[in-house]
Design a protein around this ligand. Structure first.
Ligand SMILES: C[S@@+](CC[C@H](N)C(=O)[O-])C[C@H]1O[C@@H](n2cnc3c(N)ncnc32)[C@H](O)[C@@H]1O
Length: 263
């Protein structure tokens, strides 16, 4: 998949530098915009995906659509939680201030933002993402996205993003180094109404979670290993999840394992 990086039209030197820096981090070519249309750039450089650094955000332009970082549903979910409403993920994780959370499947960062808000300044959320491009767009988005509610802004800023594979990372970590380890893999059968995840489909790692990864997660977690999938997915039984949150009125469900009990 050939990816190149450029800027929006009439970019100031600071944006050009950011695009060059992004290109270097991702080891992809930087192409000066030179007043060309993205279509011309795509043709000249035979690029399938173009990273466009704009004043507002970084956009990944693909034939299937444009992907850029956005707070998404996180803000609504945080607002609901503040009103005392129930959030299945937060309940499955049993989150409390000060908790250390490992989000093995960061994706667009929505769940990580909610977790970071709930664990607060004393807590810590680390997000792992297999796609280097997604990780970099989300890392920069979390760092710069502006939002009126400063507590949400701080929650975004605190998230640590690591580009890499969760199995390798889990294997490298000491036992009980996080309170909660969380998996939200690409579902085996996509849930149709989940349009928020649509731009990820082209970029994401679609491999199923292995039992080895769950065994490692049980070793690394102190309190909970949480796994999200489509409601009544066979993945829960395959991976040994026996406790559940959600599902009754929802198309998704959260399975969890208490590491003291094991799978
Ligand atoms: C369904 S999305 C996660 C969405 C996320 N929970 C959110 O709130 O935006 C799954 C993500 O996990 C990533 N992923 C899949 N396998 C992975 C692995 N082995 N290591 C790290 N990330 C992985 C995919 O690339 C994809 O971006």
């Amino acid at each position: 998949m050939k990816i190149i990086a450029t800027t929006s039209d009439k970019a100031l030197p600071q944006l050009i530098q950011e695009a060059k820096d992004l290109a270097q981090v991702l080891a992809v070519p930087y192409v000066p915009r030179n007043k060309l249309s993205l279509e011309s750039i795509r043709e000249v450089h035979k690029a399938e995906q173009i990273l466009v650094v704009t004043k507002k955000n970084i956009q990944l332009v693909m034939s299937q659509g444009v992907y850029f970082f956005h707070i998404g549903m996180a803000k609504l979910r945080i607002k609901s939680l503040c009103e005392g409403k129930y959030d299945h993920m937060a309940s499955a994780m049993d989150l409390a201030p000060g908790y250390r959370v490992l989000d093995c499947t960061l994706g667009l960062g929505t769940d990580a933002i909610v977790a970071s808000y709930l664990t607060g300044a004393a807590g810590h959320v680390t997000g792992l993402e297999a796609s280097a491009v997604v990780a970099e767009i989300v890392r920069r988005g979390l760092r710069s996205y502006e939002e009126a509610d400063q507590e949400i802004v701080q929650a975004m800023r605190r998230i640590e993003v690591i580009a890499g594979d969760y199995l390798q990372y889990l294997k490298s970590m000491p036992a009980k180094s996080f309170d909660v380890v969380y998996f939200d893999p690409m579902f085996r059968r996509p849930v149709k109404e989940s349009s928020g995840i649509a731009p990820l489909r082209m970029l994401a790692n679609h491999a199923p979670v292995s039992s080895t990864a769950i065994t490692e997660a049980i070793r690394v977690a102190k309190k909970k290993v949480v796994f999200k999938e489509a409601v009544y997915s066979h993945e829960f039984a395959r991976l040994g999840f026996q406790h559940f949150c959600g599902g009754k009125y929802s198309s998704v469900m959260y399975g969890y394992i208490d590491p003291e009990e094991g799978a």
